[in-house]
Design a protein around this ligand. Structure first.
Ligand code: 5GP
Length: 118
């Protein structure tokens, strides 16, 4: 499997401010924020895409969701945020190391994604 920038970040090879970290994942601010709050929950274990996850990754995937909720609360956006996982090039994924986006701080009900499912 090829390494990515997130592999280097989670291993500490590229200095980054972790706003949260534990044995399974780290959370960093997105370098190109798409909302006033835009952070990334990145597992230390590199799974390229969500579709590559296996049954044995179930507890890790659940852990990432729990961390996302906790971090959103800690950042003061627990009452309103969007959680996004882009999967594959067609899904807009650019870094092939699974990660969750937490987006908040702007209206999330008036954009293209919401309109699509309205
Ligand atoms: P994707 O498009 O793969 O779902 O999301 C990748 C995200 O990682 C993008 O929002 C991009 O701005 C962010 N990103 C890419 N490289 C870096 C980096 O070196 N540091 C940080 N903090 N974010 C990055």
């Amino acid at each position: 499997m090829t390494d990515t920038i997130f592999g280097k970040i989670t291993r500490g090879e590229i200095p980054s401010d972790f706003i949260y970290e534990d044995e399974h994942c780290v959370v960093i601010h997105d370098i190109n924020p798409q909302a006033p709050t835009h952070v990334l929950v990145i597992p230390r274990q590199p799974i390229p895409k969500l579709v590559d996850a296996e049954p044995e990754d179930q507890s890790l995937l659940g852990h990432l969701l729990l961390v996302a909720g906790k971090v959103a609360n800690d950042l003061g956006v627990g009452e309103g945020f969007r959680l996004v996982i882009n999967n594959g090039e067609g899904g807009g994924q650019t870094v092939f190391h699974l990660h969750l986006h937490i987006l908040a701080g702007r209206p999330m009900g008036e954009d293209e994604l919401s309109a699509q499912f309205a």
